[in-house]
Design a protein. Structure first.
Lengths: 233, 483
């Protein structure tokens, strides 16, 4: 039987299952904590830091920190809002994100978060990196301009033998995610679609498929990110 | 000592440019040029992108007629995905795109006539510059101004209903369209409260033609004698010779009215048309290869379309077309100011077409997309508001665009606009001691008749102004406009 623990999030008394990650406990209680690298069913990494909360006064990533009895969590204060905004801005300036021509626009979590945090213009200068489009895979296109290196594809996509299809390659500021040429060449249509869906941005695109869902019918056209969780409160 | 006049900015056109006029010591105009001094470069930065992004990416060339670029790119990609050219799509695919396109023609032409051109007609070419704008129009002729705003709005509503957004939508995709027309949009656009319904738009289109007829009757000097020169004309026509703004074959007539390009398949446009680069403008000079660089230039746009078409397949516009043709006794119309008239006839035609399509059940149901045998190259042409628009793409084995060539409507009109500037400058400025504001506006009026979109045509980035400068021999007399 699951053990229940009592926590507070922004002063609201909540109940959670012992061992549950803060981000999931908050969700069960109708509180949205933003995430990018986290994905349901995939082991959390805490790499993007967007879910940072204050736990008993310390900054912790909500996707990797389990709840414990009497934990006091702050999810919304000006400092955290600015921190999260800065992280989103850094993602935008570090890559080449051109939303108007991106197939993922309207379904993009980064774009949706930028709207939620009302980002008009980043405080940091654009890096304008020179990046390539890798179109060597027969089912997928990998646009390095848009990749935020969250590793969701590396962690969440495996072939029928359990092998990972995506991997980091190169180093330092040149690091990027590549598709394994041997395993990737036999990628099924279903797995290609799953790869595109697991990507929070438009870095993984199913070949020859784009813009078939009209504007106004895309996920975040209908509902802003997190509002589905918050309306359960 | 000679003079050089610079007009800067040329106002009430889309985009940026300048005009220079050289006068010799006797005050004779020796050289005129419409310079487009900025550069954009979409052809280069779509290289490497997945081909299916092109209709959404390339439409960012323009905020006035993005639908034209969106659809021309989609038409080129129809060929690449094996859906063929215009006739190959499903009825829903083709008709939804046509509705989007007629909405675009309607709103863009309305914008030009009411907002940009009508102040010259209402207040006169020599009116106070402070007065020659749409705000003064709103103050002095509220009904006409409201009409212009609401007609543009209606066209934009049609675009939103078909493309998802009023500006920069995503409706057309390679091989078809991504949505049906909703029952709510159909009802609203057909029978919504006046004036935002299609019957009001048809009435207002007719009223605009009446307004023009009346003005024309009283101001023949401005409309008929202001500027006139022989030109060849190029446009799409439907295979049976009807005016068709979305799809057809390429036809060109020489200045005497003989057909010199015989209804050819536009996939082969490059066999007939080439572009010349001149070192003083970022806008290229297209020409018909057969006639060569000197003689091969041609005009496009509403005047060219009505010069090339044999009839219009909507009854009210056909009636106006007959009047238009009768005015030149069935011959070619070489008066650029008559482009305003032709534009208004096209507004009426677009409104009639929109009504026909809004009532068509194919828009509400049916297959959206069709695909077939893939090709590595495709050309898409249509008649954008300002004229024939060419999109040409080649892709590589990995579905990336490796070549893109765009010949934008206004680019085709480069030489005709230069001719018009030359003629008006000679007429208005030769031997004059003082170059007045009215003389410079006259040059702009001639350019404005072509409704140029200079940013589209040159792919320009940067500051807005178009300037006109006047030289007197070696001496530059620079006149920078302050409006």
């Amino acid at each position: 039987m699951n053990q229940i623990v009592n926590i507070t999030i922004d002063g609201i008394e909540c109940m959670a299952q012992k061992g549950q990650y803060i981000v999931d406990a908050a969700k069960d209680n109708g509180i949205y904590i933003p995430t990018l690298c986290n994905y349901p069913g995939v082991k959390p990494r805490g790499s993007c830091r967007i879910c940072t909360v204050k736990v008993n006064g310390r900054l912790m990533t909500a996707c990797t920190t389990p709840v414990s009895e009497n934990m006091e969590i702050i999810n919304e204060d000006p400092e955290l809002a600015d921190l999260r905004k800065a992280i989103i801005e850094l993602f935008f300036i570090e890559g080449n994100h051109f939303c108007p021509a991106c197939e993922k626009s309207g379904n993009c979590e980064l774009q949706a978060l930028a709207y939620r945090y009302k980002i008009m213009v980043p405080r940091f200068p654009y890096a304008f990196p020179q990046r390539e489009l890798d179109a060597s895979n027969p089912k997928l296109v990998k646009d390095q301009n848009r990749c935020i290196l969250c590793k969701r594809c590396i962690r969440g996509i495996h072939d029928e033998k359990g092998r990972t299809i995506f991997a980091y390659r190169r180093r330092g500021t040149h690091v990027e995610i590549g598709v394994d040429p041997k395993i990737g060449k036999d990628l099924s249509d279903d797995l290609a679609q799953k790869s595109m869906d697991i990507c929070p941005v438009g870095a993984l695109l199913v070949r020859e498929k784009g813009f078939d869902v009209p504007i106004g019918e895309r996920k975040y056209d209908k509902q802003s990110i997190g509002s589905d969780i918050e309306e359960k409160r | 000592m000679g003079q050089k006049i610079t007009i800067e900015p040329v106002t009430r056109v889309e985009g940026h440019g300048k005009v220079t006029i050289h006068l010799d010591n006797d005050g004779q105009v020796t050289q005129t040029r419409l310079h487009i001094v900025e550069f954009r470069g979409f052809e280069r930065f779509v290289q490497g992108r997945p081909y299916w992004e092109a209709p959404v990416l390339v439409q960012r060339l323009c905020g006035i007629c993005p639908v034209s670029h969106h659809l021309a790119a989609a038409k080129a990609l129809d060929v690449i995905v094996g859906a063929g050219t215009g006739e190959g799509l499903t009825p829903t695919g083709e008709k939804m795109r046509r509705l989007m396109h007629y909405g675009q023609i309607f709103q863009s032409h309305s914008l030009h006539f009411f907002h940009l051109a009508s102040p010259d007609l209402l207040f006169g070419i020599d009116a106070d510059p402070v007065k020659r704008n749409v705000l003064a129009l709103a103050l002095e002729n509220k009904d006409l101004a409201v009409q212009g705003v609401m007609m543009r709005k209606f066209g934009q509503e049609i675009i939103a209903a078909t493309a998802g957004k009023k500006i920069h939508g995503t409706g057309a995709i390679p091989g078809g369209i991504n949505k049906h027309l909703s029952a709510e949009d159909k009802e609203r656009l057909l029978n919504g409260p006046a004036p935002l319904n299609i019957d009001s738009m048809i009435d207002w289109s007719l009223a605009a033609l009446e307004f023009f007829d009346d003005y024309h009757e009283k101001n023949k000097g401005v409309i008929d004698q202001f500027v006139e020169f022989p030109s060849s004309y190029l446009s799409l026509v439907r295979k049976d010779g009807a005016l068709d703004l979305y799809h057809g074959v390429l036809r060109a007539k020489d200045s005497k009215g003989s057909i010199i390009l015989h209804d050819v398949d536009y996939q082969d446009y490059y066999k007939y048309i080439d572009e010349e680069v001149r070192n003083w403008s970022y806008m290229k000079f297209p020409y018909l290869k057969e006639l060569g660089k000197q003689e091969g230039w041609y005009s496009v746009g509403p005047l060219a379309r009505l010069n090339n078409a044999e009839f219009i397949d909507t009854p009210l516009a056909q009636k106006e077309f007959e009047k238009f043709k009768a005015y030149t006794k069935g011959g070619l119309n070489h008066m650029p100011m008559h482009a305003h008239w032709a534009r208004l006839i096209e507004i009426l035609h677009a409104a009639e077409k929109m009504k026909e399509l809004l009532q068509d059940p194919d828009l509400m149901e049916g297959e959206l997309i069709i695909k077939g045998m893939k090709k590595m190259e495709g050309v898409g042409l249509l008649e954008a508001p300002r004229g024939t628009l060419f999109h040409h793409y080649k892709i590589n084995e990995q579905d990336q665009i490796k070549m893109c060539n765009l010949i934008v409507s206004t680019t085709n009109n480069n030489q005709p606009m230069n001719e018009a500037v030359n003629q008006v400058a000679k007429k208005m400025m030769t031997g004059k001691e003082e170059i007045t504001e009215a003389m410079m506006n006259a040059v702009e009026v001639a350019i404005r008749a072509y409704d140029p979109c200079l940013s589209c045509a040159t792919h320009a980035l940067g500051q807005m102004p178009l300037e006109i400068s006047l030289y007197n021999g070696d001496k530059l007399l620079h006149k920078k406009r302050n409006i």
